[in-house]
Design a protein around this ligand. Structure first.
Ligand code: URA
Length: 201
């Protein structure tokens, strides 16, 4: 609690600066800039792709259908996304028709994300989906093979942090099966691994 109180003015400043941002074309059609939700003092940071319609209208990340599924799967692993995590996206304005953000949009938004990482200082970062993997680590493609594996990075802001790519909940929504080896079962196992890592000293 103390840490989040100390962080509050810096995060407020960041939110205000983001609200005035016009670094890329996504500013044109947005209703709101979607900066974060959750606990800035958490050791876990979740980074998704970008706001959808509900996020754009509420100003909060991962509150629509895919956010609800994400929350459910995290909760099954004992992780409460508002208490145990700080939640953000690689782009903070809604891409039209929910298309993937372009490389130029990812690059334009990156300084805001780096500032969030610097302030929150998470030990563990979950890269939720292919755009997060691309936007944070510069890796294009391969999320289905890379998911669930811990990664380190020599990018300065990421040094010393443990990063794990996981499947995006909007992808998981295409499959109902929870059978062994299904995307949902794999993600459930990934979240259990994240929980174990958070409990380790
Ligand atoms: N999908 C994302 O990646 N982020 C959100 O905030 C909502 C949906």
């Amino acid at each position: 609690m103390a840490a989040s109180l100390e962080l509050a003015p810096a995060l407020q400043q960041l939110t205000e600066a983001c609200a005035a941002c016009r670094r890329c074309g996504l500013a044109v059609e947005r209703q709101q800039v979607v900066v974060s939700r959750g606990n800035p003092a958490a050791r876990l940071m979740l980074i998704g792709e970008g706001p959808g319609a509900q996020e754009d209208s509420t100003g909060l990340p991962f509150v629509g259908r895919s956010g609800q599924l994400l929350d459910q799967l995290l909760a099954a692993a004992g992780i409460d996304s508002n208490r145990d995590a700080y939640v953000a996206n690689v782009v903070k304005c809604r891409p039209p028709q929910n298309r993937r953000p372009t490389a130029a949009e990812l690059a334009a938004c990156r300084p805001w994300l780096d500032r969030q990482i610097a302030l929150v200082n998470p030990a563990v970062i979950l890269l939720v989906g292919a755009s997060a993997l691309e936007g944070v680590l510069g890796i294009r493609g391969g999320i289905t093979n890379l998911r669930g594996q811990w990664r380190a990075s020599e990018i300065e802001i990421l040094r010393g942090r443990r990063l794990m790519p996981v499947l995006h909940p909007s992808y998981l929504m295409r499959f109902n099966s929870q059978a062994e080896g299904s995307p949902r079962a794999l993600t459930a196992a990934d979240f259990q691994e994240v929980r174990r890592s958070l409990l380790a000293p």
